[in-house]
Design a protein around this ligand. Structure first.
Ligand SMILES: Cc1cc2nc3c(=O)[nH]c(=O)nc-3n(C[C@H](O)[C@H](O)[C@H](O)COP(=O)(O)O)c2cc1C
Length: 224
């Protein structure tokens, strides 16, 4: 890697010279809701209104049994007063890591708004009924994919995956017969901290963090 390439500004600039000055309006304590989910809801609405392809795409970081971090993107499917919900395979790498060590961190980045949201917290499964309800609402091919794919397992090749998909499709005559596998479902991330980062001029960014302490949310400003 040379760190060089064509960039939207037209030139082939070295990677280390790519930077921009953020222009956003101030974001301060008086703008904040008392509740971080409520605050998230306001920012999420703005992200949805902006031209962001998948505003609900978030990085989720977990740790393995040696304490080594691991991270990947998943889609936020719901947020509720208790926290943030996503769906996955409970037997996947992330699923096994979460079952063993139920702490996770989430990161959203909404570039056109110059905003980042970071969440840390405990993770738990949502109820089987809620997972089944969401599973049933998914497109049939996604349901079949979730049944067929042993997520995170090493495979022989693409043909093995396609064969698994074919076999599952053949087993079910109608989509009404498709049932959520017990190994697939939702997780709820119950926040312990939620930080809202707003890019500002001259790197004097605003960082406001909610910390759950003694049953209340404490709001602190952090140095950028
Ligand atoms: C935009 C995007 C959305 C994704 N959404 C999900 C999701 O909602 N659930 C999921 O299990 N994997 C999702 N993935 C795939 C994961 O990033 C990852 O490859 C997969 O979950 C296996 O991760 P693991 O082996 O660490 O468990 C998504 C990937 C991308 C790029």
């Amino acid at each position: 890697m040379t760190g060089e390439g064509s960039s939207p500004d037209g030139g082939a600039r070295p990677l280390h010279s790519l930077r921009r000055d953020y222009e956003s309006a101030p974001f301060d304590e008086t703008d904040l809701s008392d509740d971080p989910i409520d605050q998230f809801s306001r920012w999420f609405d703005e992200a949805r209104a902006a031209s962001i392809m998948e505003p609900n795409a978030m990085t989720i970081a977990t740790v393995d049994e040696h304490g080594r971090p691991d991270a990947r993107i998943v889609l936020l499917k719901e947020f509720r007063p208790e926290g943030f919900v996503f769906f996955t395979n409970y037997d996947s790498t992330k699923g096994r890591q979460l079952e063993a060590q139920g702490d996770a961190a989430l990161v959203f980045y909404w570039d056109v708004l110059e905003r980042q949201v970071r969440v840390t917290g405990r993770v738990e499964r949502i109820s089987p009924e809620e997972s089944s309800q969401y599973f049933a609402s998914r497109p049939v091919k996604s349901q079949i994919g979730a049944i067929a794919s042993p997520q995170s397992r090493v495979m022989e090749g693409r043909a093995e995956l396609e064969e698994m998909f074919r076999r599952v499709s053949a087993r079910f005559e109608t989509s009404a017969e498709l049932e959520r596998p017990g190994s697939w479902g939702g997780y709820l991330v119950r926040p312990r901290t939620v930080e809202f980062w707003q890019g500002r001029r001259s790197r004097l960014h605003d960082r406001l963090r909610y910390l759950h302490a003694g049953g209340e949310w404490l709001i602190e400003r952090l140095a950028p």
